[in-house]
Design a protein around this ligand. Structure first.
Ligand SMILES: *Cc1c(COP(=O)(O)O)cnc(C)c1O
Length: 219
């Protein structure tokens, strides 16, 4: 089942987006099943669970942290994480830079942008985003690579609203790319779309979709 689900989603999303299998709360056996079906990118939202799964599973897996990250936990994932999706403050970025330096790595990150019309979601608003980008253009962080933006649409059934939120993220991405990353080929990722809305996300320009329950079943 898991492998069939992954194949189906890969066919739907095509070549412009990559699938992150969001395996939070799921046991190692299920991740191994996905791995044996060819899946190599997994996403987790808790640092401890990410580290445990990293240690237990094959080393050619790319691990993405998709959830909120606290500064004091960066050190546990800095040695191996492939992409941190949820960066939403300069302080966190500075901590990632420091831990990247200790590990002699450049840690790939996405800046999380607030796009939903909901109070609870993390992320930077546009003014905060610009402020952060100004700060790091003055004072670069050599052990961090900003690879793009991440966002979560509102948890609603309204497709028009979701599509507009994704369009908004894509617009911010283009604006930021032109202003700050024009000669930087690394700034190319738009992480948006989950089980309920990944098709809309891909239509609106997602390059990474984060899909959990459609692959592994409900949590
Ligand atoms: C859990 C989670 C997902 C996947 O959610 P599904 O609806 O199960 O696909 C995607 N992104 C983030 C940030 C998550 O926490």
């Amino acid at each position: 089942m898991i492998t069939a689900n992954i194949q189906k989603i890969n066919q739907e999303i095509g070549v412009h987006a990559r699938l992150i299998a969001v395996s939070k709360t799921k046991p190692l056996e299920m991740l191994m099943e996905a791995y044996q079906g060819g899946q190599r990118i997994f996403g987790e939202n808790k640092v401890q669970e990410l580290v445990q799964k990293y240690e237990a599973l094959p080393k050619d897996i790319e691990w993405h942290l998709i959830g909120h990250l606290q500064s004091n936990k960066v050190k546990y994932i800095a040695p191996f994480v492939s992409l941190i999706h949820g960066v939403d403050s300069l302080k966190l970025l500075q901590t990632i830079n420091k831990e990247g330096e200790k590990n002699n790595r450049i840690v790939p990150c996405l800046l999380q942008i607030f796009i939903a019309q909901e109070e609870t979601k993390f992320g930077l608003n546009q003014a905060e985003l610009m402020e952060l980008l100004e700060s790091i253009s003055q004072e670069p962080l050599p052990h961090v690579q900003i690879c793009g933006l991440m966002g979560m649409a509102s948890n609603v059934d309204n497709e028009v609203q979701i599509r507009n939120e994704f369009k908004g993220l894509k617009n911010v991405f283009e604006l930021v790319r032109q202003r700050y990353f024009l000669n930087n080929p690394h700034f190319k990722e738009i992480s948006m779309g989950m089980s309920g809305d990944y098709l809309i996300a891909v239509q609106e320009g997602a390059t990474l979709v984060r899909v959990g329950s459609r692959i592994f079943g409900e949590r």
